[in-house]
Design a protein around this ligand. Structure first.
Ligand SMILES: [Zn+2]
Ligand SMILES: [Zn+2]
Length: 145
């Protein structure tokens, strides 16, 4: 439940927090704040700045993972054991979502070593997608834009 998630972090349940969390719970793909805002407004009317503020609070409390996309947007998703990381094409900006998080073992080791409660992490890969590789000669593919 969204309300339990909020309570576990000591956050009060507000309509805007609930609306944003519900959107994130219903979508496993990372989404931009604008997209989340559009969907959240279907259940709770709020300004875009409220959506940004709620996302920042949820990220700070470790409920939400934020990853910077190369396209200039930030992608948000629930920080669960099934959250996804991204692979971006540096040429055309295409995004591939990874189905697994390779950091979970590392995260628990780090928590055990340091005594920290780790609330979030970010990881993204950059590369050149197969379509762009075809368009660029392989020897200059790293600099081809
Ligand atoms: Zn590409
Ligand atoms: Zn992860």
């Amino acid at each position: 439940m969204s309300s339990d998630l909020l309570k576990s972090c000591g956050l009060r349940l507000t309509p805007s927090r609930k609306a944003v969390l519900d959107v994130l719970r219903n979508h496993s793909e990372p989404m931009t704040a604008e997209k989340i805002h559009t969907l959240a407004c279907q259940s709770s009317r709020m300004g875009l700045s409220t959506t940004y503020r709620v996302l920042a609070q949820l990220t700070e409390h470790g409920l939400v993972l934020k990853n910077d996309g190369l396209d200039g947007f930030c992608y948000y998703q629930l920080h669960t054991h099934t959250h996804r990381h991204t692979l971006h094409c540096s040429v055309c900006g295409a995004v591939v979502f990874m189905d697994e998080c390779p950091l979970e073992t590392l995260e628990s080791q780090l928590a055990a070593q340091t005594g920290y409660i780790i609330t979030s992490h970010s990881l993204s890969f950059t590369g050149i997608c197969p379509a762009c590789q075809k368009k660029c000669p392989p020897d200059i593919s790293h600099t081809c834009k």
